[in-house]
Design a protein around this ligand. Structure first.
Ligand code: OAD
Length: 250
């Protein structure tokens, strides 16, 4: 497969539209040292999602769930965005209608400078009350044990979406609108196995978007894409950005 030719095709798509969306998954943060979920050494090969990432898991052992999330918060706090995150942040300043939708909870897109990131699965660096849902600032949250809500005394949990929970309504609606209206849609670093996020690239394709997948491995989305780039996103996205700027004379 000719990577240069594929990158040229993607750049041509981008030069012909002002309407681009990108859906990212754990793979985009892999080069920052944050584990993915379903790769052979991913989190779900070592940890049990039902025990650690579900309402039942939290109700039966809240301290265990809290400490697992604090372990992940610690990894995120010691990580930095990689060239893939930075390339997407720069694209936002170059393309008029550029939306970034992520399944990641690590906040690395925002730390790279991306604005208005649609966080489909919440954020690991934000916490909320299990009972009343109020968001709590980090000031009142202790890291080595579960804190209680100052409003209702419920237990504080991370503001992420667990298995069996529905996605935040505003975020999924916005992501669907972006998918319906994009002319170019990227799926980056996601196995496309978790719904409803996995539907978004297909919604874009059905509505006429050119669909591009950036992932060193194939996924169930691969057979539907217009262009597949078999590279790590920290390599592919800066290459696309440089070529785009060169052709635009920026
Ligand atoms: P997965 O772990 O399922 O998939 C990660 C994808 O990234 C795989 O297809 C890898 O091939 C790819 N990948 C690995 N390294 C890469 C790199 N450097 N550049 C580009 N791609 C790379 O992660 P997600 O698809 O994000 O949900 O998983 C979706 C959801 O499942 C997560 O948000 C999480 C999880 O359970 C919740 O916690 C609700």
């Amino acid at each position: 497969m000719d990577i240069d030719k594929n990158i040229d095709t993607v750049v041509d798509y981008l030069l012909n539209t002002d309407n681009v969306s990108v859906l990212t998954g754990a793979g985009i943060s892999a080069e920052s040292g944050i584990s993915t979920f379903r790769d052979p050494d991913g989190l779900w090969s070592k940890f049990n999602p039902q025990e650690l990432a579900s309402i039942d898991g939290f109700m039966s052992n809240p301290e265990l769930v809290w400490s697992w999330y604090q372990y992940r918060v610690n990894i995120v706090n010691n990580s930095i965005p990689n060239p893939g995150h930075y390339a997407l942040a720069e694209f936002q300043n170059l393309i008029k209608n550029f939306s970034l939708i992520t399944q990641n909870v690590d906040g690395l897109h925002q730390r790279a400078g991306s604005k208005n990131v649609v966080e489909l699965h919440g954020s690991i660096v934000r916490n909320k009350c299990f009972d009343c849902n109020k968001i709590h600032t980090s000031k009142i949250v202790e890291h080595n044990k579960i804190s209680n809500c100052i409003y209702c005394n419920g237990k504080i949990r991370p503001d992420v979406v667990w298995f069996g929970e529905i996605l935040p309504r505003h975020e999924i609606e916005l992501a669907q609108i972006y998918a319906e209206n994009s002319k170019v849609y990227f799926s980056v670093g996601t196995s496309a196995e978790v719904y409803p996020a996995a539907d978004l690239p297909l919604i874009a394709k059905r509505n006429g978007a050119k669909l591009i997948e950036i992932n060193p491995n194939d996924t169930q989305l691969t057979s539907f894409v217009d262009v597949k780039i078999n590279l790590n996103s920290g390599i592919a996205l800066p290459l696309i950005l440089e070529k785009y700027k060169e052709k635009k004379g920026i």
